[in-house]
Design a binder for this molecule. Structure first.
Ligand code: SF4
Length: 346
């Protein structure tokens, strides 16, 4: 609720505004980011003066990343684009001029009419994703394009493949309670630079480390997250799939497999076990650039742990995240007879 500046009368009959209309409002980060950080926004006399993490939120606990930390400045920045911009030079020249919304809508509609008349609606291919749209605006354009008969596109530039992979291998796109990660004794950050891309996940990883968890990062780059890990495995770019096959070779070959789980919850295990036989550590070393000792040692650690969490990208949505039921953790199908802790089963 905004309350305008109060006006009071000075003793000598001069009116002035009292600049004390300061309030804090609860909000949530608009970015399409699985963290869904809760925000605490300071508003003074109707103007946002500070944006910080909301420390009262039970999951995000006052954490906010650098993208959003300076939102108050960005909101009023003179360089912020507030009108449609029309390109006036050649493509790539970078020359644009502001136009009114009416003019922009008129021109776009005119072009679309021409395209539809000549080629039909399917000649229009809408392409967009989430950005900072939020749920309502994210879907808002769809009815328009549907009415135009435009081509249909899975409107995502990142998660579709991950979702398809999860659905194909796990059967559903659903996750565990990410807070259980703190009880893990092994955390594997597989291809995720969580220090930059998922700060709330890192809070849980830090908590797990404080409780004694061993942190492994698998990434060709030496990222900030990799520096945090106790073990950084740097396979050549694009070879981590082979690394997974090699790990399965060791796990299955050495009997570090939870047969009860495999019996209950998987299909095709026999075929897989046969397939991974060819990925012995020596061959894997040649593919990945890792030493065969490192591969075997990691696989044994993986197979021997009590409660393991593997985080992949996209990962660990906040429980508040309404449209990211993305599995934040792959549970291991390895190791027989582990004590079944909340974070130790698949
Ligand atoms: S981590 Fe994600 S949800 Fe949190 S403030 Fe940054 S962009 Fe927003």
């Amino acid at each position: 609720m905004h309350v305008g500046p109060a006006r009071v009368s000075a003793p000598y009959n001069v009116c002035y505004s009292v600049a004390s209309m300061r309030e804090t409002r609860h909000s949530v980060c608009p970015h399409d980011c699985p963290s869904q950080c809760a925000l605490s926004v300071t508003v003074e006399s109707g103007r946002v003066t500070a944006v910080a993490g909301d420390s009262t939120h039970p999951f995000t606990r006052g954490v906010v990343c650098g993208k959003v930390h300076d939102y108050a400045e960005r909101l009023y920045a003179p360089t912020r684009v507030l009108t449609p911009l029309k390109r006036v030079g050649a493509k790539g020249e970078g020359r644009f001029e502001p136009v009114s919304w009416d003019a922009a809508i008129e021109e776009i509609a005119h072009r679309w009419r021409r395209v539809i008349a000549q080629w039909g609606g399917e000649a229009i291919l809408p392409f967009s994703y989430a950005g900072t749209l939020g749920l309502v605006q994210y879907w808002a354009g769809h009815p328009l394009f549907h009415a135009l008969g435009a081509s249909q596109l899975d409107r995502t530039i990142c998660v579709a493949t991950a979702y398809a992979g999860w659905a194909a291998t796990v059967g559903t796109v659903a996750g565990n309670d990410s807070e259980h990660m703190a009880d893990s004794d092994l955390v594997v950050l597989w291809g995720i630079n969580a220090s930059y891309t998922h700060i709330n996940l890192m809070s849980l990883v830090k908590k797990a480390r404080q409780r004694g968890a061993f942190i492994v990062c698998i990434d060709p780059y030496r990222t900030q997250t990799a520096k945090f890990a106790a073990l950084h495995l740097q396979p050549r770019p694009g070879t981590d799939g082979a690394l997974a096959l090699g790990m399965m070779h060791v796990l299955i070959g050495e009997g570090l497999v939870d047969h009860d789980y495999i019996q209950r919850a998987t299909v095709g295990y026999g075929t897989l076990a046969q397939h991974v036989k060819q990925y012995d550590p020596v061959r894997l070393a040649a593919i990945t650039g890792l030493s065969s000792e490192a591969i075997v040692s990691f696989a044994r650690r993986y197979g021997a742990c009590r409660a393991m969490t593997t985080a992949v990208e996209p990962a660990a949505p906040s429980p508040a995240c309404p449209r990211s039921p993305v599995p934040m953790r792959m549970r291991r199908a390895a190791r027989s007879s582990p004590p079944r802790t909340p974070s130790g089963s698949i």
